[in-house]
Design a protein around this ligand. Structure first.
Ligand SMILES: [Zn+2]
Length: 134
C-alpha cells in the first residue's frame, strides 16, 4: 500500500510527464539569406532537441522544400531563398512524422530499419508504425 507521500509523488510525476509531452516544442528556425540560398544557423540545436540523425533530418527538410542541402557544422544551407515561416512548417511536419509517437504523443522514439522498411518505434508505449523512406 502506497503512503500518502508516495501517492503525491506519483501524481506529481504524472503531471510533469504529461506536461512535458504536451509542451514538446521545437526551437524555431533562426537563419539568414546568403544570396539565393538560406542558411539555418541553429540547425544543430534543433537536431539535438529532436534527437534525430542530422543527415536524415536535412534530407527530409530539403526534399519537402524542393531544394538541396549541405550541412556544415551546426548550420544547414538550403539551395533556395526560403522564409523561416515556411521552414518552420516543414520542421513541424517532420517532428509529427518522425519524432512524436502518434499514440501517446511523446518524443521518446527511435527510427529503425526492418526488412528495407522504416519504422518509428516509441520507447514510452511500444507503439511501432511505418514511416516513409527519405
Ligand atoms: Zn508512444
Amino acid at each position: 500500500m502506497a503512503s500518502y507521500e508516495e501517492m503525491l509523488d506519483e501524481a506529481y510525476k504524472t503531471v510533469v510527464r504529461t506536461e512535458v509531452a504536451e509542451r514538446f516544442e521545437v526551437p524555431k528556425v533562426k537563419g539568414h539569406h546568403a544570396g539565393i540560398r538560406t542558411v539555418i544557423d541553429n540547425f544543430g540545436q534543433i537536431v539535438s532537441h529532436i534527437r534525430r540523425d542530422s543527415g536524415h533530418f536535412a534530407k527530409a527538410l530539403a526534399k519537402s522544400l524542393a531544394s538541396s542541402s549541405e550541412i556544415k557544422g551546426d548550420r544547414l544551407t538550403l539551395s533556395r531563398k526560403l522564409s523561416s515561416k515556411d521552414i518552420n512548417v516543414k520542421v513541424e511536419d517532420y517532428v509529427r512524422e518522425f519524432v512524436l509517437c502518434r499514440k501517446c504523443k511523446k518524443p521518446d522514439t527511435e527510427l529503425i530499419e526492418e526488412k528495407n522498411k522504416s519504422f518509428i518505434h516509441c520507447l514510452a508505449c511500444g507503439e511501432k508504425r511505418e514511416v516513409h523512406k527519405i
